[in-house]
Design a binder for this molecule. Structure first.
Ligand SMILES: C[S@@+](CC[C@H](N)C(=O)[O-])C[C@H]1O[C@@H](n2cnc3c(N)ncnc32)[C@H](O)[C@@H]1O
Length: 253
């Protein structure tokens, strides 16, 4: 079961989680997520794999109610301060009635799921007809950086069950019966020194990842911008996608 090691990992990271990478509180990325779909002010929104609740909190002024669900109590202890309610549980089997939410949002978490297709079906189940699912994830620019980025990201997060491409996200949404898939792109510079500075990532693994950056193939660097400072620090321009889709209204009269 992957969920126990994940809980241990995120329990360790919870106190410093929000400072552990630039993307976590990047205002531009949060803006891209909150503006992906226009929601009514009365909307009930669920943040799945909410972590410390940063994404859900960005919707607080925009919708009627924001709840969060996550596996890790130490993350929820922080999210509880930002959201209307939080629930401890797995995205694979959520403790909510069908149609309980008008919107579901999630960010940078589906690569940690044992069965992402099952979890996305769960997210679709708890959406009301006409409701929206919004997901944000860092993905490759294209075929030229896919293998390199897969190697870097799986080394940085060995608990990942896979490495997701934009095409995988589209497929997951449509397999869950969602339609009107819409994608926007958001580029942001990430400090790789900060991103590697997590408590349970060994020094040799950090060094191995730095070596991947130093030895990036020319054809990869041509599509995926990286910067090296004279002091040796590394910045990487990550490509984020914000993907949204809508639950069909069905044949209601
Ligand atoms: C990388 S963090 C992202 C947190 C948040 N979505 C954000 O963008 O700030 C991933 C989160 O997913 C949670 N998680 C992982 N697997 C889960 C599962 N099966 N069900 C619910 N939460 C899960 C972890 O506990 C962790 O808080």
């Amino acid at each position: 079961m992957i969920e126990e090691p994940l809980q241990r990992h995120f329990t360790l990271r919870a106190p410093a989680f929000e400072r552990s990478a630039g993307w976590i509180s990047d205002p531009g990325l949060l803006q891209a997520i909150t503006s992906a779909v226009r929601l009514p002010p009365s909307a009930r929104l669920l943040d799945v794999c909410c972590g410390t609740g940063i994404v859900g909190a960005a919707f607080r002024e925009l919708v009627g109610r924001v709840e969060g669900l996550d596996l890790t109590e130490a993350m929820l202890a922080i999210a509880r301060k930002h959201l209307d309610a939080v629930h401890r549980g797995s995205a694979h089997q959520m403790p909510f009635a069908a149609g309980a939410f008008d919107a579901v949002v999630s960010r940078q978490a589906w690569h940690l799921l044992e069965d992402p297709a099952l979890a996305v079906r769960e997210m679709a189940r708890v959406l009301a007809p006409g409701g929206h699912l919004i997901y944000a994830h860092a993905v490759p620019y294209g075929a030229a950086d896919e293998a390199w980025m897969r190697q870097v990201f799986l080394a940085r997060q060995p608990l990942a069950t896979g490495f997701l491409l934009e095409s995988d996200l589209r497929h997951l949404l449509s397999k869950a019966g969602l339609e009107r898939v819409c994608v926007t792109e958001h580029l942001l510079w990430e400090s790789i020194d900060r991103w590697l500075d997590v408590p349970d990532l060994s020094q040799p693994t950090q060094e191995q990842i730095r070596a991947c950056y130093r030895n990036i193939p020319a054809e990869t660097a041509a599509v995926h911008p990286i910067e090296f400072s004279t002091s040796g620090s590394i910045r990487d321009q990550w490509r984020w996608v914000v993907i949204s889709a809508t639950k069909p209204r069905g044949d209601a009269p």
